[in-house]
Design a binder for this molecule. Structure first.
Ligand SMILES: Cc1cc2nc3c(=O)[nH]c(=O)nc-3n(C[C@H](O)[C@H](O)[C@H](O)COP(=O)(O)OP(=O)(O)OC[C@H]3O[C@@H](n4cnc5c(N)ncnc54)[C@H](O)[C@@H]3O)c2cc1C
Length: 382
């Protein structure tokens, strides 16, 4: 659903220009320094990028699913690190609060996330709880007016720079699976919370990811999201479809970018006395990218509109995440092919970096295999 076409067009035009004038020219620096320069973070904050999905009442833009997807497809045409910098605030690091936080919790935390004054993150995954997220072992035991957290999280995006952590922990050790799990907002300064150094990753330089350790970490009981124990996992599931559509949109942008790069190269590069764009086998690579990008874009927007209309999109959202992340991988691979050797050598072209960045999409927020299982389960049920 688009609430105000003119306002959305203005936002998309602003993002499009920002990506080309600010973000793309800074990509090499981000790669070299493994960080987004502070002035660019401040610029993104001033432009309201951190608050896209947070309701207007708390200082955000309150974008609908369709508006958010369209914005994501623009922003993600720059290297993934840029959208990952704001992405936890406009996604996994705020959604639990938006969905199930009490009024007091929302007014305390959401304005800081919307303005970019604070960076959020979602701490769900653990060593023993990856695809099987409900196997998490971090505990939260009530002691007076605090919950004491103990455990270790791994692979947490933005943990090294986060101020507010949405943490899933087991409040009822007797109840295995989802029902014993609660969600908390934990502030960085809380004693007993420590964050590991950022990992060395295959790609997405500038997007820090690390482990978090909780050791006798006292979290005020007032920070239990929704003031209710045992519903933390249900809270994250509630916003899962939105996340999946959002991530799918974030796979479309990089694919558009890589095709743009491949097309420009195919026009420039001459072999056998003509631009390689004139060879039909190169054209086939380009056509396959373009066809899949169009299919992915249409799928995401259609699913977003359905969700905005209040329809159940559990099946479609999983299809979006599965198809778009796999599509982006195929586009990345073909784009490298169009570049030839220059696609493999970082000194020549950004495509080597964009290819590495894209590999993660098929792994997080549900691996492709987990989505295949989910799609099959929902299909066989009907
Ligand atoms: C860079 C990065 C950032 C991340 N950011 C976050 C974050 O911000 N917050 C957070 O909580 N988590 C985050 N994650 C964690 C991510 O969501 C998990 O890595 C993902 O869910 C997969 O879990 P796993 O790595 O333990 O793999 P595993 O679950 O061990 O899977 C390994 C392989 O087995 C397959 N497999 C597993 N179970 C089945 C099954 N039942 N049937 C068929 N195949 C199966 C998988 O598909 C995969 O191919 C991040 C991960 C990375 C790498």
């Amino acid at each position: 659903m688009i609430r105000d076409q003119a306002r959305l067009d203005a936002l998309l035009a602003e993002v499009r220009a920002w990506v080309r004038e600010v973000a793309i020219p800074a990509e090499e620096r981000v790669e070299a320094e493994d960080a987004i320069p502070p002035e660019i973070v401040a610029d993104m904050a001033a432009r309201g990028f951190f608050g896209w999905s947070i309701p207007e009442a708390y200082g955000g833009a309150g974008l609908t699913m369709e508006e958010l997807a369209r914005g994501a497809m623009e922003l993600s045409q720059a290297a993934t690190a840029f959208r990952a910098r704001v992405g936890t605030n406009t996604g996994i690091g705020s959604e639990a609060l938006v969905a199930d936080g009490t009024e007091e919790q929302k007014s305390r935390f959401l304005p800081r996330l919307a303005s970019g004054a604070a960076t959020g993150c979602l701490a769900l995954s653990e060593e023993a709880a990856g695809s099987e997220a409900t196997a998490l072992q971090t505990t939260a035991r009530r002691e007076g007016d605090v919950y004491v957290l103990d455990g270790e999280k791994r692979f947490i995006t933005n943990a090294p720079i986060a101020d507010l952590f949405t943490v899933l922990a087991r409040t009822d050790p007797e109840t295995p699976g989802a029902r014993g799990i609660s969600a908390f907002i934990v502030e960085r300064e809380t004693p007993g919370l420590s964050v590991g150094p950022a990992y060395k990753k295959m790609g997405q330089a500038g997007s820090p990811v690390s482990e978090i350790t909780f050791e006798n970490c006292p979290v005020p009981a007032a920070n239990l999201i929704g003031n209710t124990e045992g519903v933390g996992f249900r809270t994250t599931m509630k916003v899962l479809n939105k996340q999946r559509i959002h991530l799918a949109a974030l796979c479309v942008g990089p694919a558009i970018r890589m095709l743009d790069e491949a097309v420009a190269h195919a026009r420039r590069r001459k072999q056998f006395a003509k631009p390689i764009a004139e060879f039909q086998l190169v054209q086939a690579l380009i056509a396959d990218c373009q066809a899949e990008i169009h299919a992915a874009r249409a799928l995401v927007l259609e699913t977003a509109r359905k969700r905005d209309a209040g329809e159940d999109v559990a099946l479609e959202a999983s299809i979006c995440k599965y198809f778009c992340s796999e599509m982006c991988g195929r586009v990345a691979d073909r784009a490298v092919q169009v570049f030839g050797g220059a696609g493999y050598v970082a000194d020549y072209a950004p495509i080597e970096r964009l290819y590495r960045d894209a590999r993660l999409f098929r792994l997080y927020e549900g691996t492709s295999q987990i989505h295949q299982l989910n799609i099959a389960r929902l299909t066989l049920k009907t």
